[in-house]
Design a protein around this ligand. Structure first.
Ligand SMILES: Cc1ncc(COP(=O)(O)O)c(C=O)c1O
Length: 391
C-alpha cells in the first residue's frame, strides 16, 4: 500500500548525503549513497498532505509547539513506548545535536567531563570538546560479534569527580544494539550513585525489531533528558525539529535557559506541522516501513554471507543501519574507503568516523528502495572479484 520503491534522486538539491556523489561526478542512476542517516524513500503521504496544507495557509511566522503538537507527541510516546508524558515536559529544539550542545552548556562547566560510549555517532565525540569540556570514552566491548557495555569502565569514569554528564545512544548508532531493560537499569544505577546526569538520545527508538523492545531511559531514572524526533522516524531531517523531554522542572529550566536565555526561541513552522501529522497519522506507514527495512537488512545479510562470508555483520536489533566489519578484505582504512568509493561506487560511512573501535567497519543506511541496495552489493561483489580481495 505504501511506496518504498520510488527513488527521488537528490543530486543538486543540497542533500548532504548526495554531496560526495556530486563531487565525484557520479551520474549513474543506479548509484545512490548509503552514508548520512536519512532515507532515500518518499515520506508518508499523510505528512506530505499536512505540509501542503501548511504551505497553502500562506503565513509562516514565528512558531512554537502548541497544545495540539504536545498532545500528538504524548499520544505517540504512550502508544509506541508506553511512556506517559506531560505536555510541559517538552522543550522543542532545532535538532537533537543542538540539544546535546545545549545540555553540555546547561549541565557542565568548562573543565568538567562528558562521558560517551564508543563507537559513537560522531557529534557525541565532537560537541563536548568544542564546548571546552573534557571527553571520556568508555568503549563498548565486542563479544561474539555483538556489542556490549563495559559497566566496570563506566563506573570508573562516573566515579571521577569531574564527570557530570553521560551521552547515551539508545538504540545505538552505529552498532544497531537495542539496550535491554537490565542494561539500562545498570546504567541508571551507576549514574545515580555518582551524580552523573544522563542525556538519552532515543532518536532511533521507532526502529526496533522483534523480539527486541526499546525502553525509554526515564523508566529507570526520571531525572534525565530524553531526546526523540520525528525527523529520523519519518524522514523529516530537513525540517529541523526535535523534541526534548525533561520531566524534572529544575533540569528543564536549566536546559531551556542554556539555549534561549538571551535569544528567545521559536520552532520551525513546517517541522512542527509535519511532526504533528506524523504522530497523529503516521503509524500505519511506519509499521510498513519497518517491514521494508527489515527486508533490506535480511537481503544484505544473505548476500554478504554468500559472497563475503568473512565479513561480520552486527546483529541488527534496531535502527536502519547495517554495521559490518570488512577488515577481512585486508586493506587499510584509507584503502578500504577508496576501494568502496572508487572501485565499487558504494558510498558508506567509514567505521573510523565513529571512533577507533570502528576501524575496518562500514556503516550503511538501509533506508532506500531494495533495488538500489541490490545494485550496490552487486557492484561490491564485482569490484572485490576484479581486485581478487580475500573475503
Ligand atoms: C544518534 C543520533 N542522534 C542525533 C542525530 C541527528 O539528530 P538531529 O538531526 O535532530 O540533530 C542522528 C542522526 O543520524 C543520530 O543518529
Amino acid at each position: 500500500m505504501y511506496d518504498f520503491t520510488t527513488l527521488r534522486p537528490r543530486r543538486g538539491m543540497g542533500a548532504e548525503k548526495w554531496a560526495e556523489l556530486e563531487r565525484q561526478g557520479v551520474s549513474d542512476p543506479e548509484v545512490i549513497p548509503f552514508s548520512v542517516a536519512d532515507m532515500d524513500l518518499l515520506c508518508a503521504p499523510e505528512i506530505t498532505a499536512a505540509l501542503r496544507e501548511a504551505v497553502d495557509f500562506g503565513v509562516y511566522g514565528y512558531t512554537v509547539a502548541e497544545d495540539g503538537f504536545r498532545s500528538a507527541l504524548a499520544g505517540w510516546m504512550a502508544r509506541r513506548h508506553g511512556w506517559e508524558i506531560r505536555p510541559e515536559w517538552l522543550v522543542s529544539t532545532f535538532g537533537v545535536v543542538h540539544a546535546i550542545l545545549q545540555a553540555v552548556y546547561a549541565f557542565t562547566k568548562p573543565g568538567e567531563a562528558v562521558i560517551y560510549q564508543s563507537p559513537a555517532y560522531p557529534p557525541f565525540r565532537s560537541v563536548p570538546g568544542a564546548a571546552g569540556r573534557k571527553l571520556y570514552a568508555n568503549p563498548l566491548r565486542r563479544s561474539d560479534g555483538c556489542w556490549e557495555m563495559d559497566f566496570d569502565g563506566l563506573e570508573a569514569l562516573c566515579a571521577r569527580p569531574e564527570s557530570k554528564l553521560l551521552l547515551l545512544c539508545s538504540p545505538h548508532n552505529p552498532t544497531g544494539r537495542v539496550w535491554t531493560g537490565e542494561e539500562l537499569s545498570r546504567v541508571a544505577d551507576i549514574c545515580r550513585r555518582h551524580g552523573v546526569l544522563v542525556f538519552s538520545d532515543e532518536i532511533h527508538a521507532d526502529f526496533v525489531f522483534a523480539p527486541h523492545r526499546h525502553s525509554v531511559f526515564a523508566r529507570f531514572e526520571e531525572r534525565c533528558i530524553v531526546a526523540v524526533s520525528a525527523s529520523k522516524t519519518f524522514n523529516l531531517a530537513g525540517l529541523s525539529t526535535a523534541s526534548i523531554l525533561i520531566p524534572d522542572r529544575e533540569l528543564r529550566r536549566r536546559f531551556r535557559d542554556a539555549g534561549t536565555a538571551h535569544t528567545g526561541f521559536f520552532n520551525n513552522y513546517f517541522g512542527l506541522a509535519a511532526a504533528r501529522a506524523a504522530y497523529e497519522h503516521g503509524e500505519a506507514w511506519l509499521d510498513a516501513l519497518v517491514v521494508h527495512l527489515r527486508g533490506n537488512y535480511e537481503y544484505a545479510v544473505d548476500f554478504l554471507s554468500k559472497k563475503f562470508p568473512s565479513v561480520k555483520v552486527a546483529p541488527q536489533e534496531g535502527t536502519y543501519l547495517l554495521w559490518a566489519d570488512f577488515s577481512c578484505l585486508g586493506l587499510t582504512p584509507e584503502e578500504q574507503e577508496r576501494f568502496l568509493r572508487e572501485d565499487a561506487l558504494v558510498f558508506t560511512d567509514e567505521g573510523y568516523l565513529f571512533g577507533p573501535e570502528g576501524s575496518g567497519f562500514e556503516r550503511l543506511v538501509l533506508a532506500c528502495p531494495r533495488y538500489h541496495l541490490q545494485k550496490a552489493l552487486e557492484r561490491l561483489d564485482a569490484a572485490a572479484g576484479r581486485r581478487n580481495l580475500p573475503r
